[in-house]
Design a protein around this ligand. Structure first.
Ligand SMILES: [Zn+2]
Length: 176
């Protein structure tokens, strides 16, 4: 089973207190990621595991050092079959107040601009997982092959008008 996360936290306050949030989160709580993931009614909904350590560095910057992992059921773009893909991301985010401060960060920090003064940790976990999803998910090379070509049926124009599931990636609040 997955735990719940607090709805919002104050990252600067948690950094001051050197707090750490860790646990698991149901993928169903992550709506943008859920658009990319194949549903499987016969299986338990998956969980994402996270660890978010709030720290203050020697320069007084408030940091979120984190790692997130999940196994996602995706559609392989080569064979069109199910791909169970483990994804993982580790990151160091520095809480900034604006773009100027973001531009001055050391290279190994990514800027984090919280909305208001608070941060929804589930959104942060989701952002990082979305960034870890490959643009073109595929089984490893040699592990599968494209299905044999079949003549398309007369009026078959599958899903051409539907929005790409990867449009969710463009909704990321954080910038790079
Ligand atoms: Zn495949």
């Amino acid at each position: 089973m997955c735990d719940a996360l607090p709805q919002s936290v104050d990252p600067r306050r948690l950094a001051e207190l050197q707090r750490e949030l860790a646990g698991t989160l149901p993928l169903s709580r992550l709506p943008r990621l859920a658009q990319l993931v194949l549903s499987d009614p016969t299986a338990e909904p998956g969980c994402a595991a996270y660890r978010l350590a709030f720290r203050r560095d020697a320069s007084g910057r408030d940091l979120v050092q984190g790692e997130v992992t999940a196994t996602l059921r995706l559609r392989c773009e080569r064979c069109n079959g199910v791909l169970e893909l483990p994804v993982a991301s580790t990151f160091t985010l520095a809480v900034v107040d604006g773009l100027d401060e973001a531009a001055r960060l050391p290279e190994d920090y990514e800027p984090l601009l919280p909305e208001e003064a608070t941060l929804d940790p589930a959104t942060l976990v989701e952002d990082e997982l979305l960034l870890a999803v490959p643009t073109v998910p595929r089984h490893p090379v040699g592990a599968c092959s494209a299905p044999a070509y079949t003549e398309p049926e007369g009026d078959a124009s599958p899903a051409s008008g539907e929005p790409s599931p990867f449009a969710a990636l463009e909704g990321l609040k954080r910038y790079h």
